[in-house]
Each structure stands twice: as structure tokens, then as C-alpha cells.
Design a protein around this ligand. Sequence first.
Ligand code: ZN
Ligand code: ZN
Length: 364
Amino acid sequence: MTDYYQTLGVPRDASAEQIKKAYRKLARELHPDVAGEEAADKFKDVARAYEVLGNAEKRRTYDSGSDPSSLNGGGGGGAGGFGFQDIFETFFGGGGGQQRGPVPRARRGQDALVRLDIDLSEAAFGTRRELKVETAVVCGTCSGSCCAPGSSPRQCEVCGGQGMVQRVARSFLGQVMTSVPCSACQGFGTVIPEPCSDCAGEGRVRSKRTLSVEVPAGVDTGTRIKMTAQGEVGPAGGPAGDIYVEIREKRHETFIRRGDDLLCNLEVPMTAAALGTSIDLETLDGVQQIDLPAGTQPGEIVTLKNLGIGHLRMDGRGDLLVQVDVRVPTGLDARQEELLRDLAEVRNEERPEAKMASAHSGAP
Ligand SMILES: [Zn+2]
Ligand SMILES: [Zn+2]
């Protein structure tokens, strides 16, 4: 006689709960969809063992020395007698969270993504923008019920309001009954005899709306702002989805953004760099005066504190970094050339010695 306890891997004094658990675990592991058809025989052994040990009366009979399995003797018994409820639940997920009965007609609307182009100063300081969207709103005629005024949903005659119908499926175990959504009512359990004509029975209609979007300082390309429940209303007037506004920052002609800092180049004449000067620079905060000391070198960076982008949802701002470019004069006329030659002579720089700087340092 087959040792059913061994087949299920449980001790002889196992509780009914232990046996059930062991069986379910094995049945899942050996399911042909998981383990392939090769496991079918093993699975049948497990099913047979459980048919006996999972039933108190049969287990007593088995323990007293005879095998009550209805699957023994091959073919004749079919699948009729044995623990079908459990096989069912194992395979088709009954009680395991699968939808049973009618599904609600109203469903949540989908989320949507909308792009919003902003310029650099809007990113620096934050802004409020109006955004036109086309989306679905609850149908005003039927208030989302989908029914023409004066009518109401009717129970589906095909499934009797269950939303599911039984279907016979064939498997290696023989014929099994399984539930599938009712096609007459799409699983809702009700049908709409007179659909609302304004929304074609959808419970929602398309509409243009204007959203007011609060864009905080510090947003960057790719930042998404969530607007809860501002999206489309779901079918049958279901809850609205969310709108995500994705920011795209337009290129600025002067400033490059690096994190919350801004970079720009400032070109100054050689003489101004040598003698020192003050220059007006147009920043996001208006004109700022930059003082360059005498002897400012090419590539030097002047930092203007707190003139960059506002930190996202935090106090403070980044800096504005101004890199100095020194313009060497070209197209010298005779007098200018003479002046420069005089300067070179005075500074003894007519034939300067090569002063090599390390290529590894000083790179900005
Ligand atoms: Zn309607
Ligand atoms: Zn139905």
C-alpha cells in the first residue's frame, strides 16, 4: 500500500491543517503549468494521498490498513469522488483573492502626463501657470449612472446578476468547472437597457478644462508635479485619476544651469582685465555690477552668491558663477601697435621666456 504520509511529507500524527498545508504547497509546486507535464504523475499521487488523508473518515480507514482511494483501480472512478474543492481552490484561486461575483461598473480614471515648458527664471523663482487639458468629466445628464433619465440598470439575465458564468474546461484531471466573466454584461452583473444619449452610456463626457499649476522654485527638466484627482473621471463616473505635469526647461541664451547654480561667460577686453573695471551684467535678478580687480586672468570665476536657482522646497538659492574671458585685441592700427610695443619693451616682454605650466593643474 502506498505511504500517503510520505507522499505528502507529513508525520503520521499530522493535524488536518498540516496535511492541508502540505498538500497545497505540493500541488502548487507540481502544477503542470509550473512543473511541466512530467510532473503530472507525481501530482496525481499527491492528489490521491490528499483525497484520503484530507478526509477524516478515509484517513481512519487508511490508518486501519485498507486503501479507500477512489482513484485506485484506474479509470473507472474518474475524478468524481475526491477532494475537488481543494484542487479547485489550489488551481483556480478560489478564495485566494480572485474576483468573484460582479465587478463594479465604476472604475478609477487613468492618470495622465502633461508637459509644461518653462523658462529659466520661472525655474529660479517658481511660478503659477494655467494649463489647458482635455479630459473626461462626469456626465451631467446621468450623473455617471450611464442610464437615460428615468431608466435604471437591470439585472443581467444571462448570469443572474453574478457577473460570472460557469464553464466546463478539460484538463488532465478530467472535466472541471471554472468561472469566467459573463460576456452579456461584461461581468458587471447588470445591463443598461437605455443608455444615456449624452455620454453613450459611458457615464462621462470629454471636456476642456483649465488647470492652475503651482510650479515651485527649483524644478528642473523631468520634475513631475502631481495634481491629485485632476485627471479624467473613470468609466461610469468613477474616481478621477491624477495628472502629472512634467517640467521641461527651455534653454537660456546666456546661462547654463548646473544643479541650482548658473554659469555664464563674460568677455572683457585685455586692457580692462589688466587695469581692473566694473561691468554691468544682466542677471535673473536684474542688472548687477561686477567688479573685476586689476590683473584678472582668463578663466577666473567670479561668484555672485544667491543669484542662482531657488532650491526645490527648501530655503536658499544657488550661485551665479561668471567666468571671465579676456579678449586679445586684433586689427591694431599703427598707434595702438606702437603703444603695445612700448608696453612690451617697458615690461621686457618682447621675447618672453617660455613659462610652461603643468597641464594637470589649473583646468577649470
Ligand atoms: Zn450620461
Ligand atoms: Zn451577465
